[in-house]
Ligand binder design. Sequence first.
Ligand code: DAH
Length: 339
Amino acid sequence: MRQQLEEIRKNAEAALKATNSLEELDAARVKYLGKKGELTAVLKQMGGLSAEERPIIGQVANDVREYIQNELDERISELKAAQQEAKLLTETIDVTLPGEPCEVGNRHPLSIVLDEVKEIFQGMGFDIISGPEVELDYYNFEALNIPKDHPARDTQDTFYITDNILLRTQTSPCQIRAMEERKPPLRVISPGRVYRSDAVDATHSPLFHQIEGLVVDEGITMSDLKGTLDTLAKKLYGPETKTRFRPHHFPFTEPSCEVDVSCFKCGGVGCSMCKGEGWVEILGAGMVHPKVLKNGGIDPEKYSGFAFGLGLERLVMFRFGLDDMRMLYENDVRFLEQF
Ligand code: DAH
């Protein structure tokens, strides 16, 4: 029996060495160690042994099983390693191949025009600041001389967080914040998102962008306002551009005006862009109301200032000849890749 066992060990060793795949290896395992395998068959005959022989042969049988099992395990790791090696060889990367071109995006038309406006004002010595979009009623209305019952609130309905906290309807609250935080001389623009509860159509959106401007110093007059905004118009739309200042009313400026530029498409003759007028309105402006200066902690006896508010979407639409504002928000690549 000892010889039989020794035989099995030798045969198994040779058979395992000869295996070339995990499947063959499994077949060999069944053949030698399985329930109906050769080793089990020999062990079944142990009943016929004497009491002295049985433990000795039992020990030999166990050694053989352990030996075969170890050989098996070793061969499994060898085969697995070989498989891995082969896989790596087929998957080598040719680092000299050209890479997949990755698509580069464009700047959004709103960003293109905003960057231009920023650059124009930075060239005139303005700082760029920003304010919160979730704003206090005080900054958005009250401090800008728009008390609770003022009709101007009707045209600027918005989304309220609480009675006193809202999504700002304009960038004008940045005027008050700037005056609180800085001392004159003050020259800032503050671009950003504003909100109104308007239904979406070709010229309205509940979210849009404004650029606020504020200058406060000793001796600031309406001519400073005109010079600054005339420079803006010429830089944006070309040196031939004319500006027109029309009287208007805003609660936070006195006097107030709206500013038109000569139509940059037809040069002022009248076309579809300016609806035959020859002029297009681009912003509201005025001399900062003394009450507003006071609310910002600035002495209106000593200082004066001007302010203005530009609608960025309007500028962009004029600039690129767009007739529907919704295109600016829909993220349609066919539209966006044209800029
Ligand atoms: N905040 C005004 C609006 O949303 C625009 C505006 C007008 C801003 C006149 C100003 C200004 O600073 O002086 O309609």
